[in-house]
Design a protein around this ligand. Structure first.
Ligand code: SAJ
Length: 422
């Protein structure tokens, strides 16, 4: 089939590469010329294991190319971002723009798939009504479905292939046709459902995770007050066959979990109580971490140097979207007497990319492990002890072993560990 994919980001690009390496002829469309030029040379501008090799292979074979403008195709797949507005409601302008851009190229019997995470009803109401306006009867003249991705950044290609998928058709025939299309590379099970149900599935998957992370964060705050170690509580509670407590941390970032629950709240604010509370709990974590940093440095006079390890929204990715660490840094800057120095080779934040860890820690009053990147695992703690002004570390991820750190002569603090409180 000839497939046109609108949006070549974290999802659109790997999806295009998968279709292109599984027998289809794919055209990727994006508004960013840099992405188009890179792709046509077989290159990518994001960090994702094995993606560049796959893209390169497909471009060399002639099965994948990119352009700014769509073309007539058998199938159109929309993979554009759905950010939220300041009032936390979904900004569907990219989705709408994506649909309107393909309209002139749609012909009878074409397949149109929306993959972007969207509030319930978007496929039927927004996509459906634009198609009707253009003279098509969705489900009769063209096949229409919602087909969310479920991949985890860092493992995208593997999960695109192996994860199961749900396809929500605007009618049964649409779902069946789209299932056949995705079967060309998906090895996981593909379930057929209806469009709004599939939209709700996608939102609830991420909401489930958000609510559970909020519970873990509440547990961390409780344990600090009660005087126990939340990480130990989680470890042993999770030995129960039906319990899966998540991990506390400095907050929830990324473009999915920190955003998607709001798309449910937006539709039913009176009913979505737990979902909203969880969102607010997780959004409050950067402030909680900031207060802890203030407390750990309260005896320092003058300018307080805080060395922060990691600024991305999670480990080993180059993505800072909605990163809670940025808020922590912002709060420190606003306070005036703090000098936050960030180390992160994955992204450039205030010069973080080039900064050497030990040079950054020199003269620091506190070292904060904010993101558990692999390269932060085995540090030379004895060296840190010698170069820091105050040998104090604050681990927000339970990444370091307290004994190892303390044997090196540093003071170790862990988020969620109410040490010395009993
Ligand atoms: N986090 C915690 N505690 C945890 C787990 C995560 O604080 O126990 C934090 C992370 O540090 C990070 C954030 O949550 O800041 C989100 O990270 P993540 O790895 O849980 O998820 P994402 O946003 O990278 O990807 C999610 C995935 N959804 C689920 O696992 C239900 C992925 O499968 C989805 O495809 C993706 O959202 C998406 O695109 O919607």
């Amino acid at each position: 089939m000839k497939i046109c994919i609108i949006g070549l980001g974290y999802i659109g690009l790997p999806t295009a590469a998968m279709f292109a390496t599984h027998g289809h002829n794919v055209l990727g469309v994006d508004v960013n010329k840099k992405v188009i030029d890179a792709l046509n040379e077989g290159k990518i501008i994001i960090e994702e294991p094995n993606l560049e090799e796959t893209v390169n292979l497909a471009v060399k074979n002639g099965s994948l190319r990119a352009a700014m403008e769509p073309e007539e195709s058998d199938a159109f797949i929309i993979c554009v971002p759905t950010p939220f507005k300041p009032d936390k409601t979904a900004d569907l302008s990219y989705v709408e723009d994506g649909i309107r851009r393909i309209i002139p190229y749609i012909r009878k019997d074409n397949i149109i798939v929306l993959e972007s995470t969207s509030p319930p009803g978007t496929t039927r109401n927004l996509l459906g009504s634009i198609l009707k306006e253009a003279g098509f009867i969705p489900g009769e003249d063209v096949y229409v479905a919602y087909c969310p991705e479920r991949v985890l950044p860092g493992r995208i290609l593997k999960e695109l292939k192996e994860n199961s998928r749900v396809i929500g058709g605007i009618n049964e025939e649409s779902a069946r046709v789209v299932k056949k299309l995705y079967e060309s590379f998906v090895e996981g099970e593909i379930f057929i459902s209806e469009a709004t149900t599939a939209e709700m599935c996608k939102l609830m998957e991420n909401t489930y995770r958000d609510v559970n992370i909020a519970l873990a964060n509440e547990l961390a705050m409780l344990c600090e007050k009660i005087g126990v170690n939340a990480w130990e509580v989680i470890k042993y509670a999770n030995k129960h066959p039906r319990v899966n407590l998540h991990m506390p941390g400095p907050g929830v970032g990324g473009h999915c979990i920190a955003v998607d629950p709001w798309f449910i709240v937006e539709k039913q604010p009176e009913t979505a109580k737990i979902i909203k509370l969880a969102r607010n709990t997780n959004d409050g974590m950067p402030h909680y971490v900031f207060e802890k940093i203030k407390d750990l440095t309260k005896n320092v006079e003058g300018k307080i140097k805080v060395c922060i390890l990691g600024v991305t929204y999670k480990p080993n990715v180059d993505d800072m979207r909605e990163s809670p660490i940025i808020e922590v840094i912002q709060l420190l800057k606003e306070q005036g007497n703090f000098e936050p120095v960030v180390v992160d080779s994955h992204v450039d934040f205030d010069g973080s990319k080039e900064r050497e860890l030990y040079a950054a820690a020199e003269g620091a009053h506190l070292l904060v492990l904010a993101v558990n990147h692999n390269e932060f695992k085995d540090l030379d703690f004895a060296r840190l002890k010698n170069i820091m002004k105050c040998p104090v570390v604050f681990d927000t991820r339970n990444y370091w072993d307290a004994d190892t750190v303390e044997k090196a002569g540093l003071e170790y603090h862990l988020l969620g560990w109410g040490r010395n409180k009993q």
